[in-house]
Write a protein that binds this ligand. Structure first.
Ligand code: SF4
Length: 335
């Protein structure tokens, strides 16, 4: 069973390349991932097989999105020298293990998966009543166990996703009579809740996000469009910063200013326009470093290819070992 040479616990996580990453991805995942690199053996995947499951009708954008996601990963602090950054489809062992695990996964487990129905609602604009999408938790299980990952970073709300993987692993090991696959544990992470510009969940499908790659003027414009405290109608009305999304952004991106902002808001000492204008400048400054790193990477596209090749080679070496072991166990080893 493959173990990291460093002896550090191994972590696997990933993102679907369905467009550029946004502040919600940064706050909800990338900040944590960046810190995890110090203490864990990290594998971060661009989950393009998963993207195809919902984007199969218009797959042309997946490759371009995968490139953008890689750039955003690195621009936000993921280090290819310390972590394995790779594209899922460049390690075909994921697909093969997915097929093998699907033999051990009852259909009823997939049909009762609570996140399946949730995704159906979230992706209502797409027809995802396909065979692959029903089985996406099996691919997710393969993604994790192919690296024998010990931990998967998740928020409380994502625990059911991981539970299905754990069930598949337990069933596989029990039926085969060997603890061949590692049962991953949740690495619970807490992150600030960042809503979109319109106070709904931040999502590309709602078009209410600020992208990491947005230009300064776009960021300023988006900040000015944010929905504020609905009870503050006139500039002279005292506001309720605790109910205002703009104030939540201050708390996340410039906590030192948050108290001052809240005080000015409650005392009606400034208008929402002033408040949002200042936030726009804070976000522009905050994203200036990722923007500079993005520009540097854009200027050297060959570097991106090198990073993906190196990541795929490192990932594949581990994945192959797990797959060979599983195939032997299920009677598909070399004769
Ligand atoms: S002043 Fe700022 S915190 Fe207060 S309601 Fe307006 S935008 Fe929100």
């Amino acid at each position: 069973m493959s173990r990291p040479p460093t002896g550090r616990p191994r972590i696997l996580s990933g993102m679907r390349p369905t467009g550029r990453l946004h502040l919600g991805n940064l706050v909800g995942a990338l900040w944590n991932w960046r810190m995890l690199q110090d203490d864990y053996d990290c594998y971060f995947m661009i989950a393009d097989y998963h993207a195809l499951m919902s984007e199969y009708e218009n797959p042309a954008g997946i490759a371009a999105s995968a490139r953008e996601v890689l750039i955003d990963f690195i621009a936000c602090g993921l280090d290819p020298a310390r972590s394995v950054l790779f594209r899922q489809s460049e390690v075909p062992e994921h697909a093969e293990l997915h097929l093998l695990l699907s033999c051990y996964t009852p259909v009823s487990w997939l049909e009762r998966n609570p996140t399946y129905k949730e995704q159906m609602q979230q992706l209502a604009s797409k027809d995802i009543h396909n065979y692959a999408f029903l089985g996406y938790p099996v691919l997710q299980a393969a993604d994790i166990v192919i690296y024998q990952a010990n931990l998967v970073p998740v928020g409380e709300d994502q625990l059911p996703h991981l539970e299905l993987t754990r069930e598949v692993v337990r069933r596989f090991n029990a039926l085969l009579g060997r603890e061949v696959l590692v049962e991953p544990q949740a690495k619970l992470t807490s992150s600030p809740r960042l809503l979109g510009l319109d106070r709904r969940k931040m999502s590309k499908s709602y078009g209410n996000q600020i992208d990491i790659a947005d230009e300064p003027d776009t960021i300023r414009k988006k900040a000015m469009s944010m929905i504020t405290d609905p009870l503050r109608i006139k500039r002279t009305d005292p506001g309720h910063p605790e109910d205002c999304n703009v104030c939540a952004y201050y708390q996340t991106f410039c906590p030192a200013d948050a108290e001052d902002v809240a005080g000015k808001c409650r005392g009606a000492q400034w208008g929402c326009t002033d408040c949002k204008r200042r936030l726009g400048e804070i976000l522009v400054a905050f994203l200036s470093e990722p923007r500079a790193k993005r520009a540097e990477l854009e200027a050297h596209p060959e570097r991106l290819r090198e990073i993906l090749d190196a990541g795929a080679a490192r990932a594949q070496a581990v994945a192959r070992e797990t797959l060979d072991e599983v195939k032997t166990l299920v009677g598909l080893g070399r004769l």
